[in-house]
Design a binder for this molecule. Sequence first.
Ligand code: SAH
Length: 471
Amino acid sequence: MLLTISTTHQPATDLGYLLHKHPDRCQSFALTFGQAHVFYPEVSADRATAALLLDVDPVAMVRGKNRDQGFALAQYVNDRPYVASSFLSVAIAEVFSSAMAGRCKDRPELVDTPIPLSARIDVLPVRAVEGFAQRVFEPLGYTVETVRHPLDEQFADWGESPYHSLTIRGTKTLSELLTQLYVLIPVFDNQKHYFIGQDEIEKLLSKGAGWLAAHPEKDFITRRYLGHRTSLFRQALSRLVDEDGDDSLDDTDVAVAVEETLETTISLNQRRHGTVLAALRASGAKSVLDLGCGEGKLLRELLADRRFERIVGVDVSIRSLEKAQQRLKLERLPESQVDRLKLLHGSLMYRDERFAGFDAAAVVEVIEHLDPPRLAAFERVVFEFARPQTVVLTTPNQEYNSLWETLPAGAFRHSDHRFEWSRAEFEAWGNRVATQHQYTVRFAPVGPEHESLGAPTQMATFERSPANATA
Ligand code: SAH
């Protein structure tokens, strides 16, 4: 696949300085998935063009972990080596990293100067409605030209392919052009060759700074950039909304509100925190970790009880932590209280030394937000590495859902729940985890109990077995 960048800025040879690639040389770079070559097919004082040719190694793709799971031969017969995809974005970021970051020590003034630029991509798979390229690039101030290629020139009746040649033109800084291509190329292709995790949000927000929040196709771009991972999409969107200065409710707020209305008829939320608090008090814990603390409702109750001397809330969502900070009025706490409560940004998927050394951990309505294949990582993080004396954990009882008239059959209580367990499933899981990590476990219902369906919430209290029992 080929990306060419041209300029008619005078002298056009400045492009070489901006790209940090000498116009007289052909250079090659080894990437994990193939080879990138940079050369200049035309260089004069009036016009210069630099080309990035990417040679994706299909054999390495088959052997590596980037396997496409389509049909049986998809590993061998696919368009990856020929189209502009997330591979091209990675190549841009690696080969043109200084240019993308806006660094140029020989011509520093050029970095911030918009110059006439055009970029052409052969070929870009556009897996979206006709005219999508215009909707994406025109609001950013580019003119757009696309040529759609037929599936096979010899068989016109096979129709059109998703493959286009795309040219965009605009007066931009080179850094802006490269950054926007970096974010937007995978959006057209709609597949990514690497795992899309939390750090992709950070990448999207930093690379999208200054242009994405106001883009009319912001939702679409964000959703596709994050590979349709709904929870990441919501988080990213809520933060983009913030950048926009728009304080309207985001999807997460709405989903949480739905869950809360569903549950407030019996003020389940308060009962749950009350029961968890009682279990923590009974354990005799002085230091407590609230894992997945959300907006800090349990933290507030812990703070009100002086027997808890050290309280730490952890969440993966920065927005939730910010709300917790406001709710708890942390900046207004008296000096003597400041050290009692801390908020940490962290994930329960990764071993973290900051979680060690606590008497107890609360994990309230969190595990059902984790992808089932990743529960094993959570178990190790909490029960093997953090290893508090007591773990108090709650999750919905799926059997109870049928009692909620407003909840459609088979639906989860919250759109971000990945699973909801019956009592038998939860107890099987809890018993297995306890045995594996030398804990004992007790189960208790939380909320009003139905005679055959149980209570809306189920709670497990794990106690670490004495060290000599594990030896
Ligand atoms: N415990 C709180 C919030 C429950 S909602 C309460 O009872 O009110 C679930 C919370 O888990 C959310 O705030 C979400 O951001 C957090 N969460 C989800 N996955 C997480 C992970 N991998 N690491 C840390 N927190 C996570």
